[in-house]
Design a protein around this ligand. Sequence first.
Ligand code: MLT
Length: 408
Amino acid sequence: MATVNPYYANLPGSYLFAEIARRVKDYAASHPDNRLIRLGIGDVTQPLVPAVVSALEKAVREQADAATFMGYGPEQGYAFLRETVAASCYAGLGIGADDIFISDGAKCDIGNFQELFAEDARVAITDPVYPVYADSNVMAGRTGKLGDDGRFQGLVYLPCTAANGFVPDLPKERVDIIYLCYPNNPTGTVLTKAQLSEWVKYARENDSVIFFDAAYEAFITSDDVPHSIYEIEGARDVAVEFRSYSKSAGFTGLRCGFAVVPPGVTGVGPDGARVPLREMWNRRQTTKYNGCPYIVQRAAEAVHTPDGQKQCRAVIDIYLKNAARIREAFLGLGLTVAGGVDAPYVWVALPDGMGSWDFFDALLTRAEIVGTPGAGFGPSGEGYFRLTGFGSPARTEEAVERLGKFTM
Ligand code: MLT
């Protein structure tokens, strides 16, 4: 008999978006007229832009010819993409191509990166939070069970609510790993340069490592909001950054992202010596990963061309406009709203005492709109609800119309 990883038993029965999909499927099965508008999971609806499609087509043709066919690629990604990323996203920030590790997406990278740390590493997450950060640490045995308070024992929770303007306080105790996601999923809020600097200072003073999830960086419209943590002095010694083409270029199905691991970011090995995380991540990726497909990396490269940038910007603007419309709709209902300005997510404070799963059910059954209950992102998400701007403009307008008629 093979004993299974016992820590999986500490997880909730299903992943948040799988649970939502299950409930929606049940509802749709008994309501086949299909009026549902899905603004729950942050999946994109606009097609790939022409620059990306051309690059894909060209790369596919290369794969069809023995003279240009490519088999296994470098596990870290092809030099053409690593160099492009370093030059386009990190010019002047001291990040080079060797620091970039191309992958099949930020979710995998951020779920896997915790493997580089000891089982007893102290982990801090913001609350509410993208569930992958918490769940991957639960699977690794860094927590106990989910308590009655909705918190995993052993994790340090940093509440982000209207009371603190959705800006987490620094941990009161020392932690080894801090997960930060800005622009934030799910609240859609951002940190200014001064606010993010406080985190870098904390990490430097406490010898902690920040996992900075910048998957929504392309949605930033406000000044004074850093696009990369490396805009902050000293971050190159304490932070790894994760980025994704999913939301910025419509790659949720194609799959491509990257991790940035500068050589100065280290942990401590069993002999007390400093170990660069870049070496460990390289070891991990070369062992467990065979690289993002060549054709996908060529498609990602096209995102950084002038045409690619212009075309992707136009799509991002569509999603931001959707988010603004959703914001207005909720404000019109007299509710307090965060996000939707520098992020595709709109985070709504529900009237006092209204549970977020109750609102999920009400919106599903009375307006046939699918959103995401805040409680699914952690205990401080209770009393909040998330809708995404990733719907099509037409469906979003229809949702706005239905919200206008919705009675709380
Ligand atoms: C979300 O809805 O929070 C995101 O789509 C999840 C993800 O990117 O994996």
